[in-house]
Design a protein around this ligand. Structure first.
Ligand SMILES: CC(C)(COP(=O)(O)OP(=O)(O)OC[C@H]1O[C@@H](n2cnc3c(N)ncnc32)[C@H](O)[C@@H]1OP(=O)(O)O)[C@@H](O)C(=O)NCCC(=O)NCCS
Length: 151
């Protein structure tokens, strides 16, 4: 198993993962812009030479966010989502963040359970945030151990 940071050359791979995991596409140019953005990172999870999952994080002013993550349908429920969340937590800690925030659809029970099992707690709700589906977003957060305190 290998986790590696995505580079500009990986944009087509990321586009195809987003399509496979969510059945949707990012707006044109979004991935390329995010791959070059100063505070954003994409990470890719490879198993046996195949890319099975990805995550997109943001770290700004000591606060981290999970923008999105996904595992391809054929490889779900074998622990890869947890591996990605653990990477998210470790990487944001390394970047000096003291907390991580995310938004998840209220009806996305798989993701909610995953986040809860990784120590996230619910901290709010955005009504009708996903307008097309008419669904609320739940806000979740988790504190991170600051690496700065060990310095
Ligand atoms: C959410 C997602 C990333 C989980 O990935 P995964 O690799 O299947 O997750 P894991 O195998 O690591 O599961 C870890 C825990 O999450 C929970 N979980 C994962 N899938 C679940 C499901 N379908 N139903 C209930 N709980 C689930 C369980 O607690 C599980 O632990 P367990 O297997 O010991 O019971 C995956 O379902 C996915 O890509 N979904 C589509 C995209 C998405 O919704 N992304 C998140 C929103 S940004």
């Amino acid at each position: 198993m290998l986790l590696r940071r995505a580079e500009r050359i990986d944009s087509a791979l990321l586009e195809s993962l987003e399509q496979r995991c969510f059945g949707r596409s990012w707006p044109a140019g979004y991935v390329q812009a995010e791959l070059q953005a100063r505070h954003a990172e994409f990470w890719l999870l490879q198993v046996g030479g195949m890319t099975c999952g990805y995550l997109h994080l943001l770290a700004v002013a000591g606060e981290g966010s999970l923008l999105t993550m996904g595992v391809v349908p054929e490889q779900r429920r074998i622990g890869l989502g947890r591996v990605l969340v653990e990477k998210l937590l470790a990487r944001l800690t390394e970047l000096g963040c003291s907390a991580v925030h995310l938004e998840v659809k209220e009806g996305n029970h798989a993701a909610r359970r995953l986040y809860e099992s990784c120590g996230f707690i619910e901290s709010g709700r955005r009504k009708n945030y996903y307008r097309e589906e008419g669904e609320d977003a739940l806000l979740m957060h988790r504190a991170l151990d600051s690496v700065k305190s060990a310095e």
